[in-house]
Design a protein around this ligand. Sequence first.
Ligand code: F6P
Length: 255
Amino acid sequence: RMMKEITGINIMEKQLAERLGIQQVILVSGDADKNPAVKKELGNETARLMESLLGGNSIIAVTGGSTMASVSEVLTASLSTADWLFVPARGGIGAVMSNQANTICSKMAERTNAGYRTLYVPDQVSTEMYQSMIKEPAINEVLQQIRCANMVLHGIGDAMTMAERRESDISDREKLKNGKAVGEAFGYYFNESGEVVHKVQTIGLQLEDLSTIKHVIAVAGGYSKAKAIASYMKQAPRTTILITDEGAAHQLLDK
Ligand code: F6P
């Protein structure tokens, strides 16, 4: 019975990778929407992948969110074989502390005896502030490190859920509604065709920077994220590895 289940999962992983047009999908059983323990499993798979893909002297850029927070909780010191540096992928002071990329980076570093950097910038900045902040040496240094990252670990969220979490104003919400946004990643909102309909202006990794990062790992589970995952994957680098669960996979494969 066990073997059948494993084979079934393998087939689904392949089908899903093909459907989404990405390198690889790693599936865990269950549904993160229904069972919080599934997020831990997503974390364990992420840890395994980091171990197999990363050598020493690695820079790992990380986004915020509760899934990334779960990943941070399962990392262990045995993982980091040499110098790792965790950097927040994007600015983001403003979110709940435990879900901020800065907090998650420091936790990941603490648990793996690695280093980390902090981006002291708000979640959303004006164009003027953006232009002057990127010239600040302390900020500029982190921006350079983000661009040199060999791995990015990121979450994907449902567009409206993210707009609510960010307490986006009415005009931004209108923009999302009119643009039929369904997914969000890195502060970019996507419609079903994968077009960017809105973007949160903040400092850090931009969508176009992803193409230069060797390992792009997306971690997102739960049936409620299926549409969001599909929309973002239309834009994602083809080299992306998605770690997800059966809840999202069943929905994505219409099973
Ligand atoms: O806000 C950071 C972020 O990674 C978003 O880009 C993403 O949509 C969201 O968090 C995912 O959050 P969660 O893992 O809590 O669903």
